[in-house]
Design a protein around this ligand. Structure first.
Ligand code: 4NP
Length: 170
């Protein structure tokens, strides 16, 4: 069974779809598509059905990463469906935990920035009401966090990345 990761932010149109698509990019490079599966969701219902924000998509493209997906809202059954749930900021973390008042799944929920190795920030800042630099920064931060997360999952699940990265499919 594949290890399942869920990335969560507020709207599921900026940060969490970026994390999902960056992670899939790194997973493909490591040849681990069958071992690790990713999805993303928002704690709000604001943008259900929408594609990733076009400003976020442009920032990701600068790093050679395509953003695909359609926003959906986080639901209680996600606690069962996923092995690890990554919150982009403390508000997201609290919103997720409020759906699990007994704390049954608390160990599955972590802050995305806990996996950063270069950046010191504890949260992925919400870029929605800011300018281009904020979107570029989110991509840079998530590249760091996703690499740390991939290294963690490889170690924890005892996975073997392919020595020659798989050819990117278009
Ligand atoms: P995200 O960004 O949580 O990273 O997808 C936001 C998207 C939409 C809104 C806020 C943040 N909004 O208020 O509509």
């Amino acid at each position: 069974m594949a290890y399942r990761l869920l990335f969560v932010c507020l709207g599921n149109i900026c940060r969490s779809p970026s994390a999902e698509n960056i992670m899939n990019h790194l997973i493909r490079q490591a040849g681990l598509e069958r071992e690790i599966v990713c999805d993303s969701a928002g704690t709000s219902s604001y943008h259900i059905g929408s594609p990733p924000d076009r400003r976020m998509t442009a920032a990701a493209k600068l790093q050679g990463i395509e953003l695909i997906g359609q926003a959906r809202q986080f639901i209680r059954s996600d606690f069962e469906e996923f092995d690890l749930i990554l919150a982009m900021d403390h508000d997201n973390y609290e919103a997720i935990c409020s759906i699990d008042p007994a704390g049954t799944y608390q160990d599955k929920v972590q802050l995305m920035c806990d996996f950063c190795t270069n950046h010191k920030l504890r949260e992925v800042p919400d870029p929605y009401y800011g300018g281009t630099e904020g979107f570029n920064f989110v991509i840079d931060l998530l590249l760091d966090a996703c690499q740390g997360l991939l290294d963690f999952v490889i170690k924890e699940q005892n996975l073997t990345p392919s020595s020659s990265p798989s050819i990117e499919r278009s």
